[in-house]
Each structure stands twice: as C-alpha cells, then as structure tokens.
Design a protein around this ligand. Structure first.
Ligand code: URA
Length: 477
C-alpha cells in the first residue's frame, strides 16, 4: 500500500499532485491510499514516487477535473479513492466521463450533486447575528453544512453582503469578509458565534407574518427546509406552533387587515441588501457582478417592497435558459429563482424530460417580487409592461453573458421579456422562434398556471402539453 498525505480534507491540489505521481509510477487504485494530515510513506512532496521508466505524461478531460473539485468536498471518507479509480481508468477509457451509466461515474456525479445541494442550502439557511468588535459592527453566523462547502459558497455571501463585515463559522473552518478581503480560518465551535441578537425577533416576526397557513404543505416545507437546519434558524423555532395553529389562522386571516410595515426590520433589510449606489451605466461582465448590481437597481420602483433582487442561477455557459415571470414570495425571501411551488412543478417536468436543472440557467423577466399586502399575506401582482421593459436590461445582460442556445419562456410576461413584443403564448407555443442573437426561443405556459387549473383531467392534459414543450426544447438543443 502506498500512502499519500494530504494537507486537509479539501486539499484538491495535494490530491491531484499525489494522484498524478501514483498514476505515473503505476500504483494501482488497490495499492493507493490518501490520508489527511497523516505521515505518508514519503510519497508526498519531495519524495513522490519516480515514474515507471518510459511512462508517458498524461492529461485528463476538463470534465473530470471539474467533477473532482466538487466531489472532494463530499464528506464521504472514500472520495479520494473513487476519484483515483476514475483517474486510473481514464488511461484505458479516455471517454469514460461520458459513460453516465458507469457505476464510478454515476457515483461521482451523484456526490457532486449532493455537494451542490449542500451549497444551495447554505446560501438559503445561513443566518447572521449582529455583534460588535473593536472595529465596530460585524455579523457572525454559525452553520453546519452537510458537505465541506464553506470555501465554495463564501463568494456568494461576499457578493450579497459586500458592504458588511461578516464571518461564517463552521466545524470545518471559517470564512471572514472584512469588506475588502475574504479569508479562511480554522474550524470553530457553535459557542463562538452569538446565540441571539437584536434583529432576531424581527426575523421571527417577519417569518411569522409571511408564513401562509392556507398554503401549508408540511412535507414540501420540510423538503425545502430540512429539519437538520432548523436548530440554527431563528424562525424555525416558530414552525411547530405555526403549523399547529394553521387552521385557526387561516380563518382569522380572511378577516385580517394589512399590518403596518415593521420599520426597524425594513431598515435592517435595506442595509443588508441595498447598501450599494446604483450606477446606471455599469455593464456587468460576470454573473456575480450582475447579481450585485441588481441589488442596487433603481430602474423601476419594484425594489422598494422586495427583500432582495433575485437573479438567474445556473451554469455560466448553460445551453438552455428558462425564463419565468418574477420571483414569488418564497423566492424573494430565499434569494433564488423557482424554489417555491411553481419551481417544484418545473423541476418535476424537467425530470420527466430528462433535463437536469443543474444544467439549466433559470431566471426571471423581472428580478424583484411585485406584490401587495392582503391581511398578513403578500399577494403576487403581475408586473406591468413598463416594469418588464425596464428589467429587460438585466435579462439581456444575462443572455449576453450565458449565451444560451435555447430560451424557454414560461408564460406571457416571460415571452414579452425575451421577445420584446406582445405575444399570444397559446398560438406561438412549442416551436423554435429565431432571436436576433442566434438563440431560439420556445414559448410555453407558466407552471403556476398548471397549479391553478381546478379540474384534474384538464390539469393532467395541460401538464402533458407543458412536458411536451420542454421535450421540444430538448430537441432544439
Ligand atoms: N414564478 C416565477 O415566474 N419565477 C419564480 O422564480 C418563481 C415563481
């Protein structure tokens, strides 16, 4: 057995160097082992094993390197071995990464998906608490990620909270942003983060007021917000009681009147999310710049009542872009597109067609949630043509950066956002329409339309047509 010592659990550089040396020296997967922090048998660093005489140098497909960088963040102990097995096999099977049914490839892809999911959950469930240190106000969060995604996910928080000083502490390590520089530090313990702060009660009030008992679906809710995250979410303490009271509150809600907005919460949220100056002439050259710039957007008044701007998400070179109308209530709170009920309908349909949502850039024609208060609820309002036209600036920027081949529009607002003309979706749906940038648009209905059809047979038939439209998009790809 040849043992390579790695500097840390996510030491991709160290693994890569050792794995290369192993492969060139003819060390088989059965003979190779990787240990974190352990003393190897001298194979690591200066005394890596010598190459077998005449061993050719080799390169590996980029798809493997990209996948390996994700898989290494998985918490499973055997991930290094799986990756080395793949690397070893690539010598004799150069197309291996395309064989999605191969057990090793499928296993690695699944682990990468788990890592990506853990990163998404971290974006949604980190809760900062306010503290004072010698330099003044700062925000600290304790988080327990399922996989080792702190370093991968920290840049998201830099973009979102660029003007604040913050730290995220986890048992894997910590990430800190001082307003200029992101640094990573050692692991932490829960007691190093503050347990409560001044705005905690406001988060709870806010959550309780946006919690809609009439739409309560406990299983779906747990799917989005798994129980393992609850202990670090201030608002989660309210869930059992809100669920227990949902029937009574549904009745009371009907008669309730619109509450006064919570001024202190609004102030805190506006500091968190909108502490940037709007520069109309700024043209983002990356998706993260775009995301940050949208937070400061003043092209129309919708930013005023929204929690945050919700930009598109997905691979930066996705071939398929899906455009919805605008973020809904849940998307506005989570900061991600299509994570609520319409998103679940979309996900299920994509699944059925065999399109992986992770491969799709999912966005909206309008980036802020337009709504009006009704009792304690925030009711969706359709954006006006003027608002969609104002927000087309951002959609066009996303299109320029991602350069999708096919753009599927969900509903009339999305079609107007992409085509910049009034459209009858029912007449033009399901076929490719040439766009000036060389992409093709394919129009279909919005998934929330499917949710609203009362008759079961009509609903099933409409859903089939929706799935058929997505299949058509796949053909166009
Ligand atoms: N509906 C949309 O159009 N977009 C979302 O992101 C969510 C619901």
């Amino acid at each position: 057995m040849r043992v390579a010592a790695l500097a840390g659990e996510i030491d991709f550089g160290g693994w890569r160097k050792a794995a290369r040396a192993f492969r060139q020296a003819g060390v088989t997967p059965e003979q190779a082992a990787f240990r974190v922090g352990a003393d190897g048998d001298g194979l690591f660093d200066e005394s890596l094993p010598p190459s077998a005489p005449g061993a050719p140098s080799f390169s590996v497909p980029k798809a493997f390197v990209d996948l390996a960088q994700e898989v290494i963040l998985h918490r499973s102990a055997d991930r290094f071995d799986l990756l080395y097995r793949l690397l070893w096999r690539l010598a004799a099977e150069p197309d291996l990464m395309h064989v999605v049914t191969d057990p090793d490839v499928a296993d690695a892809v699944e682990r990468a998906k788990n890592v990506s999911r853990a990163s998404h959950k971290m974006k949604a469930f980190v809760r900062f608490r306010q503290m004072e240190d010698v330099a003044g106000e700062c925000w600290v969060a304790w988080f327990e990620p399922v996989h080792r995604v702190v370093e991968k996910t920290a840049p998201f928080f830099v973009r979102r909270f660029a003007s604040l000083r913050w730290s995220i502490l986890t048992s894997d390590g910590s990430a800190s942003w001082d307003g200029e520089k992101l640094t990573f530090g050692p692991s932490a313990t829960r007691d190093m983060a503050p347990a409560e702060d001044e705005i905690e009660e406001f988060w709870k009030t806010y959550y309780a007021s946006t919690f809609n008992p009439a739409r309560l679906k406990t299983r779906a809710m747990q799917g989005e917000m798994p129980r393992r995250y609850w202990k670090n979410l201030p608002e989660a303490a309210l869930i059992p009681e809100l669920v227990a009271q949902s029937a009574v509150r549904t009745e009371a809600m009907v008669a309730a009147s619109a509450p006064e907005p919570n001024a202190r919460l609004a102030k805190t949220l506006s500091r968190l999310n909108r502490d940037h100056a709007f520069d109309e002439g700024f043209v983002p050259s990356t998706l993260s710049e775009l995301d940050q710039a949208v937070q400061a957007c003043r092209r129309c008044p919708l930013w005023r009542d929204a929690t945050q701007g919700v930009c598109g998400e997905g691979p930066k070179r996705a071939k398929l872009m899906i455009v919805g109308e605008q973020p809904g209530d849940q998307e506005d709170l989570a900061g991600h597109p299509f994570v609520g009920p319409a998103g679940r309908v979309l996900d299920a349909a994509l699944d059925e067609v065999g399109i992986d949502r992770e491969d799709v850039f999912v966005t909206n024609a309008v980036k802020h949630f337009k709504h009006e208060p009704r009792g304690k609820r925030r009711l969706h309002k359709t954006p006006s043509a003027g608002e969609v036209s104002a927000c087309r600036w951002w959609l066009d920027a996303e299109r320029r950066l991602v350069k999708p081949k096919v753009i599927v529009t969900l509903g009339a607002t999305a079609a107007f956002g992409v085509l910049a003309r009034k459209v009858a979706v029912t007449k033009e749906r399901g076929r490719g329409i040439d766009l000036t940038d060389g992409a093709k648009a394919l129009l279909t209905v919005h998934p929330s339309y499917l949710l609203r059809i009362p008759d079961a047979a009509a609903k099933a038939a409409e859903r089939d047509r929706f799935v058929a439209d997505l299949e058509q998009a796949k053909v166009l790809l």
